[in-house]
Write a protein that binds this ligand. Structure first.
Ligand code: ADP
Ligand code: UVW
Ligand code: MG
Length: 362
C-alpha cells in the first residue's frame, strides 16, 4: 500500500510517501503559514504516482480509538475541538477539506494524537474540579503526541529486543510542542499535556503548566483573545528569550552570552526534569527514557544536559553515542536505565494505522 501522509505540526507541515511501511519520499514546509499547500502535495504525488490512501495527522480526536474516514460530517464533528486546540485543529481540518476536494476518490483518514492516550487510567485522566463542569464540558486529560509515542514505543522495543507491552518507558517528545508520557503495558498511563496541548512542559511558544490563578488574573486584566494568543504564540521559549522560540536561535543567543537565553534554557530543562520525574511515579520500573522530536534529533548537547539532571533516576548519556546518528541507545552500559534517541516518525505510525484499517475493510 502506498500512502500519502500529511502531518501538520505547530512549526512545520511534513509530507511523506510511505510505500508498504517504507518512507520513500517527503517534503517539509518549514515556517508553515497554515495554508493547504496543495502545490507541494501535488508535486509529491506527481513524482511518486498514485497513492492508495491519505492519512492526515489530526491532533484532537476526542475518544476515537483509531483512524476514521474523513468526510464533511466527520470534519464537522472534529471542529468542536478547534477552540481548545487553536494552533493545530483548524489548520488540520482546513487541509482535510482541501484534500477531499483535490483528491476525490482517494480514501482520506484522520489519525489522532489522542488515540494512544484513550486508555489513561481514571486517576490520571480526571481533573479535580466540580463534577458538573467535567460532565458538561467533557473535561479530562486527553493527551497529545500519541502517534509519536506509539512510534517511539515500537522503535524502543526493536532496539532493546523486548516486547513492546513488557516495557516501562518515559517518552519525551521535544518538538514545537513538548510532552512527557509514561508508557506501561503498551499504552499511556500518564501524560503531561492535558485537556489542551498548552499543558505540561514549556514549549517553543506555549508555556506548559501554569497556576490557574495566574490565568484568572490575566483574564481580569486583559481581553480573552489577547490572553489566548499570548499563551499560544508568545510564551514558552519565545516569551523567555525574546526570540522566535526556535531552540536553534535560543542556543545561538545563549552561546553569544545573552542572559535571557541562558535563563530560558534553564527554565526549559528544569520544567522538563520535573515532568519526567513526575511521570516516573506512574511506572512500576523505568526501562528507558526515549527522547524524540526535532530537538532530540538535532541537539545532542541539550539532551546531555537534560539527562544530566536525571541521574537520580539511574539515567546517564554516553558522549560518543550521542554524537552518532539514527535511532539509537545513547546511555552507557553501566547505567541502570537506558536512554534512547528516536526520530519522531509519526508518518510511519500513521501509515501503519492506515494499513490496519484498509486491511480490515478489504
Ligand atoms: N538542527 C535542527 N534542525 C531542525 N530543527 C531543530 C534543529 N535543532 C533544533 N530544532 C528544533 O526542533 C523543532 C522542530 O521540531 P519538530 O519535531 O520538527 O516540530 P513540529 O513537528 O512541532 O513542527 C524546532 O522548533 C527547533 O527548535
Ligand atoms: C500537539 C502538539 O503540540 O504538536 P506539535 O508538537 O506538532 O506542535
Ligand atoms: Mg511534530
Amino acid at each position: 500500500m502506498r500512502a500519502l501522509v500529511v502531518n501538520p505540526g505547530s512549526t512545520s507541515l511534513k509530507l511523506s510517501i510511505v510505500d508498504d511501511g517504507v518512507p520513500v519520499d517527503g517534503a517539509v514546509v518549514a515556517d508553515w503559514d497554515g495554508g493547504p499547500e496543495l502545490p507541494a502535495i501535488a508535486e509529491l504525488v506527481f513524482r511518486n504516482g498514485r497513492v492508495d490512501a491519505v492519512g492526515l495527522r489530526v491532533v484532537h480526536g476526542g475518544d476515537r480509538t483509531g483512524p476514521t474516514p474523513l468526510d464533511e460530517n466527520e470534519i464537522a464533528a472534529l471542529s468542536r475541538f478547534e477552540p481548545t486546540v487553536p494552533v493545530h485543529q483548524p489548520r488540520a481540518l482546513g487541509l482535510a477539506r482541501a484534500l477531499l476536494r483535490a483528491m476525490p476518490g482517494v480514501p482520506l483518514f484522520g489519525c489522532y494524537d489522542t488515540t494512544f492516550h484513550t486508555r489513561l487510567p481514571d486517576h490520571a485522566a480526571t481533573y479535580p474540579i466540580p463534577a458538573a463542569w467535567r460532565h458538561r464540558f467533557d473535561i479530562r486529560r486527553y493527551g497529545f503526541h500519541g502517534l509519536s509515542c506509539a512510534n517511539a514505543l515500537r522503535r524502543t522495543a526493536d532496539l532493546l529486543g523486548r516486547a513492546a507491552d513488557s516495557l516501562s518507558l518515559i517518552c519525551c517528545h521535544l518538538g514545537g510542542g513538548v510532552s512527557v508520557t509514561a508508557i506501561q503495558d503498551g499504552h499511556s498511563v500518564d501524560t503531561s499535556m492535558g485537556f489542551t496541548p498548552l499543558d505540561g512542559a514549556p514549549m517553543t511558544t506555549r508555556p506548559g503548566s501554569l497556576d490557574p490563578g495566574l490565568v484568572l488574573h490575566l483574564l481580569r486584566e486583559l481581553p480573552l483573545a489577547e490572553v489566548e494568543s499570548g499563551l499560544n504564540h508568545r510564551s514558552g521559549l519565545a516569551g523567555l528569550s525574546g526570540t522566535s522560540g526556535d531552540l536553534r536561535e535560543v542556543l545561538a543567543r545563549r552561546a553569544g552570552g545573552f542572559a535571557e537565553a541562558e535563563r530560558a534554557v534553564q527554565v526549559y530543562l528544569h520544567r522538563l526534569c520535573r515532568e519526567i520525574a513526575a511521570a516516573r511515579v506512574s511506572l512500576r520500573c523505568l526501562d528507558a527514557l526515549v527522547l524524540t522530536g526535532g530537538v532530540a534529533e538535532h541537539q545532542p548537547g541539550l539532551c546531555a544536559e537534560l539527562v544530566g539532571g536525571l541521574a537520580f533516576l539511574g539515567l546517564a548519556t554516553d558522549p560518543a553515542a550521542l554524537r552518532g546518528s539514527g535511532d539509537r541507545v545513547v546511555s552507557p552500559d553501566w547505567a541502570t536505565s537506558r536512554v534512547l534517541v528516536v526520530r519522531a516518525a509519526e508518518e510511519l505510525e500513521i501509515a501503519r494505522e492506515l494499513g490496519t484499517v484498509l486491511t480490515a475493510v478489504h
